[in-house]
Design a binder for this molecule. Structure first.
Ligand code: PNS
Length: 165
């Protein structure tokens, strides 16, 4: 069975992430979406909240080969544990390509059999990022085009709490 890993911080999951999940799920027998820690980012949502947001985002999709989990530790250790054939990541720009290439090289140093499939984003989703969602959301702006409709109320509520704290 071909298992692919879609790792990320997903803080929060965006419409761009969901599009990559949809497309990647067609390339393998099982797709595991894993919430991981990115030490260079300060998360807004807890890992448990992020897992829940991803599950809710996929609730109306017909994706029966997708699992969602969180993992605290190195990506390659999870990859090995799940017996993955590759990871998958979305590419929005040249900057992403550099970042992904460096991350792939680092992961390959840790685990020589490691591989990654880079999927170019859909044109209309290429400007969306979790950081942009957070910036716009924290100032009370409209994030409805950036994140799945299924999670808008929860995400908005989190940001409105952030504004009053
Ligand atoms: O969505 P992001 O923030 O670009 O995802 C980055 C992530 C979480 C995949 C990366 O930071 C990661 O793999 N974190 C786990 C720790 C690890 O294995 N670091 C070495 C990667 S080079």
């Amino acid at each position: 069975m071909n298992v692919m890993l879609f790792p990320g911080s997903f803080d929060p999951f965006t419409r761009g992430h969901r599009d990559i999940a949809r497309r990647a799920s067609k390339l393998c027998d099982k797709l595991v979406i894993a919430v991981l820690e990115n030490p260079s980012k300060q998360p807004t949502f807890t890992p448990e909240e992020r897992v829940e947001l991803i599950k809710l985002s996929l609730i109306n999709e017909d994706l029966n080969n997708v699992e969602v989990m969180s993992w605290s530790g190195l990506l390659v250790d999870l990859y090995k544990q799940l017996g993955c054939c590759a990871s998958v990541r979305g590419l929005r720009s040249e900057t992403d390509f550099r970042y992904e290439s460096e991350m792939a090289l680092a992961n390959r140093l840790l685990l020589p059999g490691y591989d990654v499939v880079l999927l170019p984003c859909r044109d209309d989703l290429s400007l969306i990022s979790s950081s942009m969602v957070k910036e716009v959301g924290l100032y009370g702006g409209d994030i409805s085009k950036m994140i799945p409709a299924e999670i808008i109320d929860i995400v908005k509520e989190k940001f409105s709490k952030g504004r009053t704290q």
